[in-house]
Every structure is written in C-alpha cells, then in structure tokens.
Design a protein around this ligand. Sequence first.
Ligand code: ZN
Length: 90
Amino acid sequence: MLSKCANPGCSARFLYLNRGKLFRITRESANACGEDLPDHKKRTQRLEYFWLCSECAGEMTLAFRKGVGIVPVPSRGFVQPTVFLRHDSA
Ligand SMILES: [Zn+2]
C-alpha cells in the first residue's frame, strides 16, 4: 500500500518518510469466521497507511468515501461529502 503515492494518477514512489504526507487510518473489519467469538473479538482493527508525495500533498488530501475507500481529493475548495483523514504527525 505504501509503495507509491496514494494518488492513482501519480507514479511517485515512496522512498523517504520525510517527503510528502503520511496518513494513518484505523479500519474496523468484521471477522468473517468469528461467529463463536464474544462481541468484542468479532471485530478486528486494521491499521493502514497511505502516503501522498510532496507534489500531490500540496494540492490534495485523502478522504474516506463509503463504498469506495480512500480517495485523493483536492485540499482547497472542497465541500465535504466525505470524512477527512487526520494527518499523522506522530
Ligand atoms: Zn503523488
């Protein structure tokens, strides 16, 4: 997932952590074979990382769109039909 820029139209490769922007999201996914497990074990949390190269990060950010997943969106003048991801500063 982190091998290249999250913008499908960009082919920049992920080489350096200090370039561009790194996004970290936690996704909950239901456990497919967890029917016998207690409720709190049915869902597993998956941590996913996405990266935008410095060029793309200057013009866009990443958002989560239901049914689609993570999509790059323009960072300016964007009306929010989606949930913006927090930029991971840690
Ligand atoms: Zn890019």
